[in-house]
Design a protein around this ligand. Structure first.
Ligand SMILES: [Fe+2]
Length: 294
């Protein structure tokens, strides 16, 4: 199972795409039916789909998997009674599968038989997405739900988050204990720490400073720099999230505490709590399909 892409709808999609290609560092994959697809240097045909819309919302987050894993998912989702529908992807990479709505409206799409593309050069391009985090009213229940229905595994619990994995990466998603449901942030995997640091410099050249970072997290131990994108959501340069074994022992909030005044391993940057919280509430989930038997 791999996290592949997120599909957003938003006003002024072309303007958002221009920021992402000219400043953030992505490459245009293609434009199809008024949807702009942006890619990184890796083998996924796209990481971000931007559909033009009067308001901003999340259409789906897409994972790719084998046909066998897709079958397991269909059974798990049906057994959990979650709203879902079979789907055939019209996006680059094609494939077929299901799209599922979790308890707080999160929309996860699982595709099998997708195609990938040749990697491209570009040291300042993200390689891929590394995680998508959602805000939740009840992150604990959602963690339990994705374990039961999707076969995901909770990797760690902190005071703020429930971290969830779907492969050997410590987390591909997480649910933040926010009190409401929305997109928390989108994290891009950069090739190395240098690429993260050059990214911070590139944004600084355009007058943008991190809302938090650079720093190194506790759970997952990944390097981060969070920005509030001019088009609304929180986006992150990240690198080198830990890989964990199958029998990784999930940590509890009391296992992940910080010394006074610290909220990451390095302690070198301030966090714009208010700005981030506002940006993390902007993109809500919106289902564009009717549930159907799988
Ligand atoms: Fe993150």
């Amino acid at each position: 199972m791999k996290l592949r892409s997120i599909e957003l709808a938003l006003p002024n999609a072309a303007e958002a795409a221009a920021f992402l290609t000219d400043v953030w560092g992505m490459a245009l994959a293609e434009t199809r039916d008024r949807t702009i697809y942006l890619r990184g240097s890796g083998t996924f045909p796209y990481l971000l789909a931007l559909a033009e819309s009067p308001d901003g919302y999340v259409r789906s987050t897409t994972f790719t998997c084998t046909p066998d894993r897709l079958d397991q998912l269909k059974h798990g989702v049906a057994a959990a009674g979650l709203p879902a529908t079979p789907t055939v992807s019209q996006d680059p990479g094609g494939g077929h599968g299901i799209v599922v709505e979790l308890a707080e409206g999160e929309l996860l799409r699982f595709l099998a038989d997708t195609s990938e593309v040749e990697p491209i050069e570009g040291a300042d391009l993200p390689v891929k997405l590394t995680h998508i985090v959602f805000n939740s009213a009840d992150a604990e229940s959602t963690g339990t739900l994705v374990e039961a229905a999707l076969g995901f595994r909770v990797s760690d619990r902190t005071k703020g988050m429930v971290f969830v994995r779907c492969n050997e990466s410590h987390h591909s998603t997480a649910f933040a204990r926010a009190g409401f449901a929305s997109l928390n942030h989108i994290a891009f995997e950069m090739a190395d720490m240098d690429a993260v640091m050059r990214g911070i410099g590139r944004l600084r050249d355009h007058g943008l400073v991190p809302a938090w970072g650079p720093g190194r997290h506790g759970p997952g131990a990944n390097v981060f720099a969070y920005f509030i994108a001019p088009f609304g959501p929180v986006i992150e340069f990240s690198t080198a999230v830990e890989k964990v074994p199958d029998d990784y022992q999930a940590g509890a909030p009391e296992d992940w505490t910080w010394p006074e005044g610290r909220i990451d391993q390095w302690g070198m940057s301030d966090k714009d709590f208010d700005g981030l919280r506002e940006a993390e509430a902007r993109f809500r989930h919106r289902r564009e399909w009717e549930p159907a038997p799988l």
